[in-house]
Design a protein around this ligand. Structure first.
Ligand code: CP
Length: 311
C-alpha cells in the first residue's frame, strides 16, 4: 500500500503482518525505544480536529524511529485565513515531506488529500468514516490479551452511528472472522449496518452475553448536528457499562475504550480502572507500536518506488 487511508483495502495477511511488526515495536518500546526505520525522513502531523492519544503517539512513534517530525499548529496556520485543505497540502508537499499524518472532521477529506501529494498519507481519523490505526491498535491489544484475533465474540457498544472507530473495527474484526455485535439505542445505530455481517441489538444484556471483548464508545456529540442527544443519566442507566451489565459477558472478558472517555456516561469509572478487566491503558501503549509499524511499512514502500512529481 502507498497510504494507510482505511482498513477497507487491507487484506487479512497485511493486517497480520502489520500486527506482527507492531508486536516487535511494543518490545522495543519497553527497552531501548530507539530504531532507525524512518531515519532521514520527514513526517508532518496535520490535525484539523482535537486529539490527545493519536497525535502524541504518532509524534512519539516518528521520533523513536528517527524521523524529523513536525506538528503543524492548525489553529495558527493559514487555514484560519481561508486557505483550503488542498492548498495547504500542496504547500506542505512542496517542502518534500515523506509522511503526512492527517486528522480531519470531514469524511473523505484524507483520501482527497492523498490524491494531491506525492508522499505517504496516514489517516488519523476522518469524520465518521475511518480511524484505521485505532482499529489496528485495538486488534493488537485484543490479540495480546486473548492470544488470537479470530473466532472471538466482540460487543461494540454505544454511539455506533457517529463513530469512525466503530466502523474501522467492524471492518477489521469481520475480516479476521470474529463475531461482532453492535449494541446501542436505535437512534445511534445506522440503518443498513448489518450489511457488514454483524449482529445488531438495542439491549446490553443480549449484546454482552458471553462476549470475549466489550468495547465501549463515547457519545460523539460534536457529530450529532443538533439532532438527538440522549440524556446522559438515562443513557448511562441503559447503556453505560457497570458491574451489573458486565456480568453478562464471559468472566474473563476484557473491557476496551478508545478514549477520550466520559466516566459515568458510557462507562463506570471503577470498571475503567479495574486492571483485571480493563485494557484501556494497554490500548494507548499499543497505539505507539502500531503507528511505528504502519509508518515503517509505508517508508519501506516509499524507498522502493520512484516518487512521482506532482504539480
Ligand atoms: N482514540 C482517539 O482517537 O483519541 P484522540 O482523539 O485523543 O486522538
Amino acid at each position: 500500500q502507498n497510504h494507510l487511508l482505511g482498513i477497507e483495502p487491507l487484506h487479512p495477511a497485511e493486517i497480520t503482518a502489520l500486527l506482527d511488526l507492531a508486536d516487535q515495536y511494543a518490545a522495543l518500546n519497553r527497552g531501548s525505544k530507539r530504531g532507525d526505520a524512518l531515519a532521514g525522513l520527514t513526517q508532518i502531523n496535520m490535525f484539523f480536529e482535537n486529539s490527545t492519544r493519536t497525535q502524541a503517539s504518532f509524534e512519539i512513534a516518528g521520533k523513536r524511529l528517527g524521523a524529523d517530525v513536525m506538528n503543524m499548529a492548525m489553529q495558527s496556520s493559514s487555514v484560519k485565513k481561508g486557505e483550503t485543505l488542498i492548498d495547504t497540502a500542496l504547500t506542505l508537499n512542496a517542502m518534500h515531506p515523506d509522511l503526512l499524518v492527517v486528522r480531519h472532521p470531514h469524511s473523505g477529506a484524507v483520501d482527497l488529500l492523498a490524491q494531491k501529494v506525492n508522499c505517504a498519507v496516514l489517516n488519523a481519523g476522518d469524520g465518521r468514516h475511518e480511524h484505521p490505526t485505532q482499529a489496528l491498535l485495538d486488534a493488537l491489544t485484543i490479540r495480546r490479551a486473548k492470544g488470537r484475533l479470530h473466532r472471538l465474540t466482540i460487543a461494540i457498544c454505544g454511539d455506533i452511528a457517529h463513530s469512525r472507530v466503530a466502523r474501522s473495527n467492524l471492518i477489521l474484526l469481520g475480516k479476521m472472522e470474529n463475531r461482532v455485535r453492535l449494541v446501542g439505542p436505535p437512534t445511534l445505530l445506522p440503518s443498513g449496518i448489518d450489511q457488514f455481517g454483524c449482529e445488531v441489538t438495542h439491549d446490553m444484556a443480549e449484546g454482552l452475553k458471553d462476549a470475549d471483548v466489550v468495547m465501549m464508545l463515547r457519545l460523539q456529540k460534536e457529530r450529532m448536528d443538533g439532532g438527538f442527544i440522549p440524556s446522559e443519566r438515562e443513557y448511562y442507566h441503559r447503556y453505560g457499562l457497570d458491574a451489573d451489565k458486565l456480568r453478562h459477558a464471559k468472566p474473563d472478558a476484557i473491557v476496551m475504550h478508545p478514549g477520550p472517555m466520559n466516566r459515568g456516561v458510557e462507562i463506570d469509572g471503577q470498571i475503567a480502572d479495574d486492571i483485571t478487566r480493563s485494557v484501556i491503558t494497554e490500548q494507548v501503549e499499543m497505539g505507539v507500536a502500531v503507528r511505528m509499524a504502519a509508518m515503517d511499512l509505508l517508508a519501506r514502500n516509499l524507498r522502493a518506488r520512484p516518487r512521482p512529481v506532482t504539480a
